[in-house]
Ligand binder design. Structure first.
Ligand code: SAH
Ligand code: SF4
Ligand code: F3S
Length: 472
């Protein structure tokens, strides 16, 4: 435990020991962003963040429940934490986030090591839950809220490179894709006040950040009505409706905060991304020409079973529209292999979708049935594990080929890269991202992390572009 000394007068020194918290994050960017809110709430009640899990008084695992293997990872991690508890019997272990919300009290019954179970909307309650455990009981809060957005909480930036930061602009999801557990673990969709988002962007710019990413499960349905985070727009009064801020407007408000700070956003649902959003991207140079646009499948019947509310053709027309307005826009995707009843022919439609849309890259997964979802209740998980794996590896092969072909076209091109780290392979090289979110590696020379660097690409792999710096 670290100690701080408060010098009251030259003779007396009072030593106050600050309790230490250690937070480990799993899952999506929203969870990582939540960990910074958790850090801030705990810091307010006197905790200090540590990177040393063995020196911690409290360990929080901020968990994900999206696929079975995500939960398995947490169970394995909990087994390891036995060692920590052996070394420090007062250690408090909390499981937070989506797995906590999904399993609720079951988690306390199944995992004896766990002291606290807290869902995504209960983080303000964490200091109280910790105090309950200190008093000798287990503690749980898994209530979901229709209003909580942690709007005014200034996140404690954890493990930051001081260059890129996330800003949560909304919580929850109302979409009910039949495979997905998120609506159950994160509750109803609600938007955070536009003013608090702009304020956070301003603070980040003033602290020297060079890139922000606006986060939500479905950012294009962001809607803030002046008065408060109401769920139903129709129930808002006229003044509220007139003052409403949609995603395109929010994007503009954030883009003008600092023209030298890059703005990104994720995730876009193909059914909701509007021309207005694309026009706003066009209008501001600092909004990166990159859209993460998960398709999930390339077959219309499967998409319908997934309740994605669009067809293959509709998806492709969206991609074409984006490229018509912003030809250099990078588009990436999420894909699921072997969803309930998917046939071989339908799987092949996913392969051709990747080729047709030329995704820069994709996050690719085997379908994992999640208890409580529509698919788990109404459909049969009838594609075998072997078949899911085979289809997934075919998807990966096609995506890798498409990625390499896309990247090869960039050889000889010059692009602006935001340096965000040192290359793992050589201290003489820096890594960074171009506008399209592709990894670029280049010689360090006199550049440092946080610099915008002009790089000319000389060679490429499926996942990175390698180049030399060019004087501006
Ligand atoms: N809100 C985002 C996705 C959030 S979850 C969207 O709508 O696109 C991230 C990704 O996990 C999803 O895009 C999907 O590809 C994958 N995923 C979600 N549930 C899954 C499941 N049950 N099995 C396998 N992959 C899943
Ligand atoms: Fe899940 Fe669909 Fe919501 Fe994305 S849009 S979080 S996939 S329910
Ligand atoms: Fe996982 Fe929850 Fe994100 S289930 S993907 S951490 S919203």
């Amino acid at each position: 435990m670290n100690e701080i000394s408060i010098l009251e007068n030259p003779e007396t020194t009072i030593t106050v020991a600050k309790k230490q918290m250690y937070i480990e994050s799993y899952g999506c960017a929203m969870n990582f962003s939540d960990s910074e809110i958790i850090g801030s709430i705990m810091a307010e009640s006197g905790y200090e963040y540590t990177n040393d899990e063995f020196g911690a008084d409290v360990i929080f695992l901020n968990t994900c429940a999206i696929r079975d293997n995500a939960e398995q990872k947490i169970r394995d991690r909990l087994k390891h934490l036995r060692h920590n508890k052996k070394k420090n019997s007062d250690l408090i272990i909390g499981v937070l986030g989506c797995m906590a919300e999904r399993l609720k009290t079951k988690l306390l019954e199944e995992e004896k090591l766990v002291d606290i179970v807290a869902g995504p909307d209960s983080y303000r309650d964490l200091p109280k839950l910790v105090a309950e455990v200190e008093d000798g009981s287990k503690a749980i809060n898994v209530l979901l809220s229709r209003e909580e957005t942690y709007a005014e909480i200034s996140p404690l930036r954890l493990n930051t490179n001081g260059v890129s930061a996330f800003i949560s602009i909304m919580r929850g999801c109302d979409n009910m894709c039949s495979f997905c557990v998120v609506p159950f673990t994160r509750g109803r969709e609600r938007s955070r006040s536009a003013e608090s988002i702009v304020q956070e962007a301003r603070q980040l710019s003033e602290s020297g950040y060079k890139e922000i990413t606006l986060l939500g499960q479905n950012v294009d349905s962001y809607l803030w009505f002046g008065g408060g985070p109401k769920i139903d727009f129709k129930k808002a009064d006229v003044a509220q409706q007139e003052n409403a801020v949609n995603f395109a407007q929010l994007l503009e408000m954030v883009a003008i905060v600092d023209p030298n700070m890059r703005v990104r956003f994720s995730t876009s649902h193909p059914k909701d991304i509007s021309d207005d959003v694309i026009y706003t991207m066009l209008k501001y140079d600092n909004i990166c020409n990159y859209i993460h646009l998960p398709a999930q499948s390339g077959n219309s019947r499967v998409l319908e079973a997934m309740n994605r509310t669009y067809t293959r053709e509709w998806y492709i027309s969206k991609v074409e529209r984006i490229r018509e307005l912003i030809p250099e826009c990078g588009i990436s995707c999420d894909i699921i292999s072997g969803f309930c009843t998917e046939t071989e022919e339908e799987h092949k439609d996913t392969l051709t979708l990747i080729e047709e849309c030329k995704f820069l890259f994709s996050y690719m997964y085997k379908y994992s049935e999640r208890p409580g979802t529509l698919a788990a209740k109404k459909m049969t998980d009838d594609v075998s594990e072997e078949e899911k794996s085979r289809r997934l590896s075919e998807i990966i092969v096609v995506q890798n080929r498409v990625s390499l072909e896309n990247n090869e076209k960039l050889v000889g091109k010059t692009m602006m890269v935001l340096a965000d780290g040192v290359s793992k392979k050589s201290d003489n090289d820096l890594t960074g991202r171009n506008e399209q979110n592709m990894k670029v590696i280049f010689p360090k020379e006199y550049y440092k992390i946080g610099d915008f660097v002009k790089v000319k690409i000389e060679r490429v792999t499926t996942i990175s572009l390698i180049g030399v710096t060019v004087i501006n």
